[in-house]
Design a protein around this ligand. Structure first.
Ligand SMILES: *[C@@H]1O[C@H](CO)[C@@H](O)[C@H](O)[C@H]1NC(C)=O
Ligand SMILES: [Zn+2]
Length: 656
């Protein structure tokens, strides 16, 4: 038959509390190498998948721009149909042995269809994981928490209907550390426990699917998306290179936070408490800019006043963004874009306002959905979303499976490279929105600080989230909360504002975890953003500091971007990097990001010169916040021993 069963022996430690389990794995892969049949299948798939994508996206669009129960039901119906279609597709694709298909394009497509899918699971389990994920997303979306109410006693009523958006606002705006700690705890205490058992089952099923696809666990399968076994090392190296900059930033920010909150809230030389950084996940510190900005006198970099004064409308902001792209020789937005996009919050119906860019997979229909408000943030966001549309337009002639970024970080990386050229004092000055002399040193340091609070502060979080998930898929769920905080302390230098235990599940506070959305892409995108920006700036012939580079009106820069976008996912991303750097490298690197922030690094080193500790020292009390007594009779060491014993026994059997 077409399925060859490759038996493997794997040892699972700790998953679902199982001490040690020996299991033979059936690796599903077909034997057919018939190229004609493969090409025939792929042609049919291409048409059907594009149609399916059109239907699902249309239903999703209708619901997001008109949130009624009826439209939600229709959307769920289409999504369920797609899940069935994916399952069917997998069955047809796995007949072939992609490793032995001679045509490289067909081989690449078949590989994509038979890896990174849960369709290898039985129908029953496939449905189960699909429903588990939607249940977890629902819980995440509907969790409510109670407001901070000092002085209220147990039997009095407090307001308990705060959703995630309200919480984010409080985390961003409040400077009352007790309110912040309360809000942080409410969310983490309420979101994790109801998700924990579901997530454990989900991890188990994801691993089963991965093993059927020929991987050791679901983490290995996720890494396989990057098509390079050395990729993890490459990322670890970039992380290592960014550490000194991150530590300087943290050290300076810590001093400012101590000035604000006192050394009873923030320990000098210690890690930062996660609740006072202006963000629920401590991943973006922009909201504490008012506390840490180096030169308050030059604080005003927001051009909103000018946008209002010049009487902009949402349409004019969109036209301005389009002109940015056409000035580089890139494509204008097609007529359908202008006809169908939603660029303002409509009256009389409920809509989902998160800004997003849509590809309807029919080579005609591309749209943005955004409830544009008249401010600088929205102007920048429009440029970002429109960059995604440019990407869609340039690869629209590729087969369905190649209509994507070269690797999962490319789309976001390119869109943010554009933003680096737009949220940029020189650019804002050139387009008549910023009137101050942009050569001022203090102004530039302020600007770089603001960028660092967003980008440099984000790096360790973006990196560690997936490390945690990889560890979990590999070694099981027994220590999942303590592991989460171990990583956050080690990489990010943050600690929770309250004691955590096994009953908590704090990683679930970030939507991407329960919603099953990969995260490594955001770290890759962060590096690519600067890397792409740098090569485009070089092509544009820009000299001077990188943070002052503006790509506006440079056709040469446009060509660099066009080449990246046009190949979509049809080529290995290493080839794309090699060609964009004109053969210089094919690696993801932190160098461009470090170059961008170099003036700030010099400034920070000077500011921190009297600090005893640049970075943070970890005390026992820090770890005690989240580490249960590991050796207090939990039996973990014994379980490990038992497992090793079984493995040795099996080994002896084999030898005999
Ligand atoms: C919103 O959806 C409802 C159906 O649920 C429909 O009757 C209504 O016309 C839609 N509104 C708009 C503006 O499309
Ligand atoms: Zn984006």
């Amino acid at each position: 038959m077409w399925v060859s069963l490759v038996a493997k022996i794997v040892i699972i430690v700790g998953m679902n509390g199982v001490i040690c389990d020996l299991e033979s794995v059936n690796w599903l892969r077909g034997t057919s190498t018939d190229l004609t049949k493969a090409l025939q299948f792929l042609r049919e798939y291409d048409t059907e998948a594009s149609e399916m994508c059109f239907r699902v996206n249309t239903a999703q669009w209708q619901y997001s721009t008109n949130m009624t129960d009826l439209l939600k039901r229709k959307m769920v119906e289409e999504q369920t149909l797609r899940a069935k279609f994916d399952k069917l597709t997998w069955k047809r694709a796995v007949v072939f042995d992609w490793t032995r298909i001679s045509d490289p394009v067909a081989r690449r497509q078949l590989k994509m269809l038979t890896t990174n899918t849960r369709a290898s699971l039985s129908d029953e389990k496939y449905n189960e994981i699909y429903h588990l994920i939607s249940e977890m997303k629902d819980i995440y979306a509907t969790t409510r928490t109670c407001a901070y109410a000092p002085g209220i006693h147990d039997n009095e009523v407090t307001y308990c209907d705060l959703g995630l958006e309200d919480i984010q606002t409080i985390m961003a705006k409040s400077k009352d550390h007790k309110e912040l700690a309360h809000t942080w705890r409410e969310w983490h205490d309420k979101i994790g426990p109801p998700l924990k058992n579901k997530y454990m089952r989900y991890a188990d099923l994801a691993n089963q699917a991965a093993r059927l696809n020929g991987f050791l666990d679901a983490g290995e399968e996720m890494r396989f998306m990057y098509e390079d076994p050395d990729f993890e090392n490459e990322l670890a190296q970039t992380f290592h290179k960014l550490q000194p900059l991150y530590k300087e930033l943290l050290t300076y920010v810590r001093r400012k936070l101590i000035e604000q909150y006192g050394d009873r809230v923030v320990r000098p030389e210690g890690p930062l408490p996660a609740h006072i950084l202006g963000n629920l996940w401590a991943q973006d510190w922009t909201n504490i800019a008012d506390i840490v900005l180096p030169y308050p006198k030059f604080a005003d970099m927001d051009v909103t006043v000018e946008i209002l004064r010049q009487g902009f409308t949402p349409l004019r902001m969109f036209q301005m963004a389009e002109e940015f792209f056409t000035s580089m020789g890139l494509k204008p937005m097609p007529p359908e874009f202008w006809r169908h996009s939603m660029i303002e919050r409509p009256n009389g119906r409920k809509v989902q306002c998160t800004a997003s860019a849509w590809d309807f997979c029919n080579n005609i229909d591309f749209r943005i959905k955004q409830c544009t408000e008249m401010n600088m943030k929205n102007l920048i966001m429009i440029h970002h979303e429109m960059a995604h549309i440019e990407y869609y337009l340039y690869y629209s002639d590729e087969p369905y499976l190649f209509r994507d970024g070269a690797n999962p970080g490319f789309h976001e990386g390119v869109a943010n490279a554009i933003v680096l050229s737009v949220f940029n004092l020189k650019h804002l000055w050139r387009v008549g929105l910023f009137n101050t002399n942009t050569d001022n040193y203090e102004l530039n340091i302020n600007f770089l600080m603001l960028m660092a609070l967003k980008k440099v502060a984000y790096a360790p979080f973006a990196y560690l989230l997936e490390q945690w998930r990889y560890d979990l898929f590999e070694s099981g769920v027994t220590r999942m909360n303590a592991d989460w905080w171990d990583l956050r302390l080690r990489y990010q230098g943050v600690v929770p504002p309250a004691t955590r235990s096994d009953a908590h599940f704090d990683a679930a506070a970030k939507r991407h975890v329960p919603a099953d959305v990969p995260y490594a892409r955001y770290y890759v995108a962060l590096l690519l953003e600067f890397q792409v920006f740098k090569v485009a700036c070089q092509a544009a012939g820009q000299t001077g500091p990188l943070h002052g580079c503006d790509l506006y009106r440079s056709r040469e820069a446009g060509r660099v971007l066009m080449d990246i976008m046009r190949s979509g996912k049809s080529k290995h991303w290493r080839q794309v990097i090699r060609s964009m750097t004109r053969g210089e490298t094919d690696r993801i690197s932190a160098d461009a990001m470090l170059e961008y922030f170099d003036p700030l690094l010099v400034w920070l080193r000077n500011q921190n010169r009297d600090e005893k500790v640049v970075g943070w020292t970890t005390f026992k009390e820090d770890k005690a916040l989240f580490q249960p007594l590991i050796y207090g009779g939990s039996g973990v060491p014994t379980a490990k021993l038992a497992c090793i014993f079984v493995v040795v026994l099996v080994f002896i059997q084999f030898v005999q």
